[in-house]
Design a protein around this ligand. Structure first.
Ligand SMILES: *[C@@H]1O[C@H](CO)[C@@H](O)[C@H](O)[C@H]1NC(C)=O
Ligand SMILES: *[C@@H]1O[C@H](CO)[C@@H](O)[C@H](O)[C@H]1NC(C)=O
Ligand SMILES: *[C@@H]1O[C@H](CO)[C@@H](O)[C@H](O)[C@H]1NC(C)=O
Length: 235
């Protein structure tokens, strides 16, 4: 066999092997905007190593004096990225709600619409310290917030918030859902309006739950009763 043919064959084999290792069969809707209608309807193929699709919706009132900001982010992600319902209440009407939903079939994130979890207003009996300090890496205040529904953990969180090419540090405290407490140091959360880089989170169950439970919480509200039962068994 003449030498040039061998080289051709080799090149063809290498190209085929290359295509096999880099082609990713997964495709997802990929875009980030504060208006869903501006996202392309078609799914596009994912980079290597990303075999799940993610949809993220965010609503927040972090910008003082503004109405609620909402945004969407659709992307390809590694299969380790979980679905989560993150709600954070920092008091005085300041909140962040982020819902993310994963899936693994082609284009599966084109069809999602957000279903905001109901943070019911059942008083869970605890209060958490609140503060929100954009531009700073820590904050504290004497004010507290009554935690409601599933947002029953006290959280202290800090990190950086970015929008386009502007990045500022932030620190906040308040009531949070359990998924918010799973945010890890170094984690980057791209959620449509802002991108959050987490430096630190610390959660705890508010103390004095039984102390603050008034007659209002008794009888009609199951979670409060469950709380009372737990207290009875623990004491
Ligand atoms: C989606 O997230 C859940 C956790 O919420 C995780 O158990 C599951 O493996 C993830 N699935 C995919 C396809 O990434
Ligand atoms: C988030 O909340 C929605 C609405 O209640 C629910 O359908 C969904 O399963 C929740 N997701 C997770 C990961 O808990
Ligand atoms: C809070 O942050 C400031 C600078 O942003 C720093 O000087 C101070 O030591 C910090 N306080 C605590 C308790 O970490």
């Amino acid at each position: 066999m003449p030498a040039p043919h061998v080289l051709c064959l080799l090149a063809a084999l290498l190209a085929a092997a290359d295509a096999q290792t880099t082609a990713n069969p997964q495709s997802c809707k990929q875009c980030r905007d504060n208006s869903v209608s501006r996202c392309p309807a078609q799914a596009q193929s994912c980079p290597a190593g990303q075999s799940s699709c993610l949809s993220v919706w965010e609503a927040n009132t972090l910008v003082k004096g503004s109405v609620e900001n909402t945004g969407y982010s659709y992307s390809c992600v590694p299969s380790t990225i979980p679905s989560r319902n993150i709600s954070l209440f920092f008091g005085n009407g300041v909140y962040v709600k982020i819902q993310s939903q994963n899936c693994s079939t082609n284009g599966c994130n084109t069809a999602f619409t957000p279903v905001w979890p109901i943070i019911n207003s059942v008083y869970t009996g605890g209060r958490c310290p609140i503060c929100f300090a954009p531009g700073r890496s820590n904050c504290s205040s004497k004010e507290t917030l009554q935690c409601e529904g599933r947002a029953s953990q006290c959280i202290s969180i800090s990190g950086q918030i970015s929008e386009d090419d502007i990045t500022i540090p932030f620190a906040a405290k308040g009531c949070a859902t359990p998924h918010a407490c799973e945010l890890k140091k170094g984690e980057i959360l791209d959620s449509g309006v802002f991108t959050y880089k987490i430096t630190q989170t610390e959660c705890y169950t508010p103390s004095g739950a039984q102390r603050i439970l008034g007659p209002l919480g008794l009888g009609s509200l199951l979670p409060s009763l469950a709380g009372l039962l737990a207290v009875k068994f623990l004491s």
